[in-house]
Design a protein. Structure first.
Length: 199
């Protein structure tokens, strides 16, 4: 992604920071310091320049690397190129994961649910969310549907949104019909009942 061939350079924090967009370098350096110091995983959306000078907008999901004594010595993670630069290896990985994912309807459903969660959490599209799940599946050496299922199960551990956010969503849900294009296909008969409550 950065423009180097495998084995051409030794990947270091300094080299990665040298490639960051000047406006984003300090932010990324601070995130790396915090993940090593405080031990928290992080996600970051920023820009970097490859060896040809092309600017890439990426999202990074990262966690710390510990030595045998449990001391943080670095970070490891996954890059998502949000500027539509997709390597052949990623495409091959996606195809393999798709073959596995289409095995059963229930597996497909939970994968789609997990994709939706990632799309909302990280503000990414469906393809990018799928790549994150594929990456975690490969890193953990577990089936894609199992990773997706755990993502859904772990939602119970995520703090609930604040009341103001719920209120905004309530309003959007109850007024969603007002923002649908008038040429949208109407709901057919026999799909349920509509109850009107007099005010």
């Amino acid at each position: 992604m950065h423009g180097y061939v495998p084995g051409e350079v030794e990947p270091t924090t300094e080299l990665l920071l040298d490639h960051k967009h000047p406006d984003d370098t300090d932010v990324v350096a601070g995130l790396i310091s915090r993940v090593i110091g405080a031990g928290h995983p992080f996600s970051s959306r920023h820009r970097f320049l490859d060896t040809s000078g092309q600017v890439h907008t990426v999202m990074v999901l990262a966690d710390r690397v510990l030595d045998d004594e449990g001391t943080p010595v670095g970070t490891t993670g996954y890059y998502l190129d949000l500027s539509d630069t997709i390597g052949a290896a990623a495409v091959d990985a996606n195809r393999a994961a798709v073959s596995e994912a289409v095995g059963a309807a229930t597996a497909r459903a939970v994968i789609e649910q997990a994709k939706g969660v990632l799309m909302r959490m990280y503000r990414i599209d469906a393809d990018q969310a799928f790549k994150v799940l594929v990456w975690r599946s490969q890193e953990a050496n577990l089936k894609l549907r199992d990773i997706a299922g755990q993502v859904i199960a772990d939602l119970d551990l995520v703090p609930p949104p604040d009341p103001a956010t719920i209120s905004v969503f309530d309003h959007l849900l109850l007024t969603s019909h007002e923002r649908i294009h008038p040429e949208a296909e109407p709901r057919g008969a026999g799909h349920g009942a509509v109850v009107s409550i007099a005010r």
